[in-house]
Design a protein around this ligand. Sequence first.
Ligand code: HEM
Length: 180
Amino acid sequence: MKGIVFTEFLDLVEQKFGLEMVDTIINESDLPSNGIYTSIGTYNFSEMLSLLTNLSKRTSLSIDDLLLVYAEHFFGVVGRSYPGFLEQYNDPIEMISSIESHIHVEVRKIYPDAELPVFIVEEKTENSLVMIYKSSRAMYSFGRGLMNKTFEHFNAKATILVEKLKEDGTEVKFSIIRDE
Ligand code: HEM
């Protein structure tokens, strides 16, 4: 997992819960990096899972809720860092359905070792999208948060249904319907 995902995560934890919480979860987690991340480095996903698990214990918020809020923050980061991606789209369904074929393809050019999910578009109309998410990291709530912010970015609203196809969340079906 790319360092930018860790540095932005710890920034958000500091913003929301304070520096002490950052220290606490770093100390409670088993981190080969010792909690020292650079945005261009690459670290094991298990470090993120460990940080999330300890933050979840300390805050009584579920890992899924933490990932959702974190994704909404991360959207702002990628939007500022890579404005070109957003400028190429004028519709949220167009953008979300292009993650696999365009946006993450470009991300991989910037970060060849990025660990990205697979999205398969099953059905697409002007106002709806059915997409399958697959990833060993089961970060579907992160995807959900990015989708929420994508709609917000285009001043649109949607109803997004999330259906686990595998109990552990490594395969999830998203059914997205634009609200009129
Ligand atoms: C400007 C647009 C975007 C950029 C630049 C971007 C970039 C990235 C980066 C850098 C990562 C981390 C890779 C790693 O840690 O190795 C990531 C992960 C991820 N992205 Fe995107 N992304 C964008 C939009 C989206 C959108 C709109 C979605 C939702 C459909 C999405 C879904 C995900 C998910 C779910 C992950 C977590 C990895 C996993 O589940 O295995 N991304 N993305």
